[in-house]
Write a protein that binds this ligand. Structure first.
Ligand SMILES: Nc1ncnc2c1ncn2[C@@H]1O[C@H](COP(=O)(O)OP(=O)(O)OP(=O)(O)O)[C@@H](O)[C@H]1O
Ligand SMILES: [Mg+2]
Length: 490
């Protein structure tokens, strides 16, 4: 009987929390990646912003400087100087030429300069380094900044505090930070929605289908309807649906077999009752004096006994596998005689049944099971010969056996038409091997199962002459060393 796995296997949970689920992880990953990208963008942009800020100051100062510079040898009055310095947020403004330097405006006591920056051609890495310096340790430094004055060869030079620059950079950094957060949340939401639609929803659908299917695998409505796309998830869905369909087919055929087993058991049950009645009646045959009855009665009784035995066995075990063989050493020849008798080969059929098994050959087997093996194979041979009426060949079934060491090799050879192709292709497969009308295709399967239970082999052997040759090899049971020794002692 097939059993569904739902009862014993603990099913994984159907849904997962947002943060433990794929979508939550993707959301987090996107936020982190966008933030990282923003940092990478922030570093050069803050350096750029600083250079631009300084350049603006230089330009403003240059505008004032150029005017004053035009007035030859005139020093700006103090209040005007202070105003210019305030407007440009500087401590001193000077214009330098090749051989002279002119101070345009300066505070009374120009402070000492902590660092100086040339804005002529600022290299990116240098700009980044300076920006970080200002951001981290700036704010209280006095800096000197200079750059060419327009297209001329003069240079404008400022001395100033970096406090306002530092402040402006902090504001810029804060703005970029908030912008990054906003941007990353926005991007992450977009990606989240897209991935949810493209991936998570189909995956959830597949998981739900698997759960529904495992709850009742026989229901065709629970097979996943896959989406027709060509992407990996659609392909996975299509494979899953194909697998579910295949599984359903297998389940169905197994259920058919189980139903068949049940039906056979029921028939078997009633047949045993009928046979038991027949057994009772035929017991009385032994009292009849008729010589013909006297001759056939023992065989008939034995046959019915066997039939009752089989049916009871099937009923008591209620399973398809055979009972363990109860092995003992037995003479094979009488067993073959019994088989010949039960096959009731009459002289009218023209079949010559030859028992070539040596008198003294002993085989280590379960007598009932070996009987069934030989019977099935010999019955097939006899049926093949009977169906091959017009061939004109002599109709002979020969059973031989030889012992080699601890293995007995039994052969059943007939002069019939040989195995049909269909039977050859499905040799030993249940219900499929029969190529004979009225045959069930179980005989050889049963024979094989019983031989295998004895640790032996059964095979169809090719032979040059027409007909069929089956060979059975049965090894004796292995004798443990201590049993062997104790046997020798007694
Ligand atoms: N000696 C033989 N000669 C020719 N064909 C054979 C021989 N033995 C078996 N076959 C073929 O092999 C097929 C399978 O045999 P098997 O005994 O498994 O089933 P069956 O005889 O059809 O049915 P049943 O279950 O009643 O025995 C037979 O139908 C027959 O066609
Ligand atoms: Mg058969």
């Amino acid at each position: 009987m097939t059993q569904h796995a739902t009862g014993s296997v603990e099913a994984p949970q159907a849904t997962v929390g947002l943060m433990r689920g794929l979508s939550g992880k993707l959301l987090l990953l996107t936020v982190v990646s966008v933030m990282l990208a923003e940092v990478l963008i922030f570093v050069p942009s803050v350096a750029n912003m600083r250079v631009r800020w300084l350049q603006d100051r230089l330009n403003t100062a240059a505008a004032a400087g150029v005017v004053v510079d035009g007035l030859e040898n005139v020093e700006l009055p103090r209040p005007l100087q202070d105003e210019t310095l305030m407007a440009t947020d500087t401590k001193a403004i000077a214009i330098r030429r090749k051989n002279e330097s002119r101070l345009i405006a300066a505070v009374d006591m120009p402070p000492e300069v902590d660092a100086q920056y040339d804005l002529t051609d600022v290299m990116p890495l240098e700009a980044i380094g300076d920006a970080f310096h200002t951001l981290i340790s700036g704010g209280d430094e006095i800096i000197r900044v200079y750059a060419p004055l327009g297209e001329s060869d003069a240079i404008i030079e400022l001395v100033m505090s970096d406090r306002n620059l530092h402040k402006a950079m902090l504001v810029y950094a804060r703005n970029v930070f908030f912008l990054s957060i906003g941007l990353s949340l926005f991007t992450a939401t977009l990606i989240f929605v897209a991935i949810n639609r493209i991936m998570i929803t189909p995956i959830r659908r597949m998981t739900a289908s698997m759960q529904a299917f495992s709850a009742d695998p026989s229901d065709p409505a629970r097979v996943l309807t896959p989406s027709p796309g060509q992407d990996e998830l659609s392909l996975a869905g299509q494979h899953l649906a194909a697998m579910q369909q295949q599984l359903q087919k297998t389940l169905k055929s197994q259920k058919n077999l189980a139903d068949l087993g049940l039906a056979v058991s029921k028939i078997n049950h009633d047949m045993r009752n009928i046979l038991s009645s027949a057994q009772l009646i035929s017991d009385r045959l032994s009292d009849v004096d008729d010589p013909v009855v006297k001759r056939f009665a023992p065989t008939l009784l034995r046959t019915i006994d066997r039939a009752v035995g089989y049916t009871t066995e099937v009923l008591s075990y209620g399973r398809t596998t055979e009972q363990e063989p109860h092995r003992r050493f037995l003479a094979l020849r009488p067993l073959v005689v019994d088989v010949a008798e039960i096959l009731s080969i009459d002289s009218a059929s023209g079949i010559d049944f030859r028992n070539h098994v040596p008198e003294d050959l002993q085989v280590d087997a379960d007598s009932e099971q070996l009987f069934r093996v030989v019977h099935n194979i010999c019955r097939n041979a006899v049926q093949a010969l009977l169906n091959d009426a017009d061939s004109g060949r002599a109709r002979i079934v020969t059973v031989s056996a030889v012992r080699t060491g601890s293995v007995v090799c039994i052969t059943v050879d007939d002069t019939g038409p040989g195995m049909p192709q269909k039977a050859r292709e499905n040799l030993f497969s249940a219900f499929r091997g029969s190529a004979r009308s009225g045959g069930t295709g179980l005989g050889l399967v049963i024979a094989r199962e019983l031989v295998l239970a004895h640790g032996g082999t059964i095979s169809l052997v090719d032979k040059p002459s027409p007909g069929t040759l089956f060979q059975i090899e049965l090894p004796d049971r292995a004798v443990p060393l201590d049993v062997f020794r104790s046997r020798r002692r007694h």
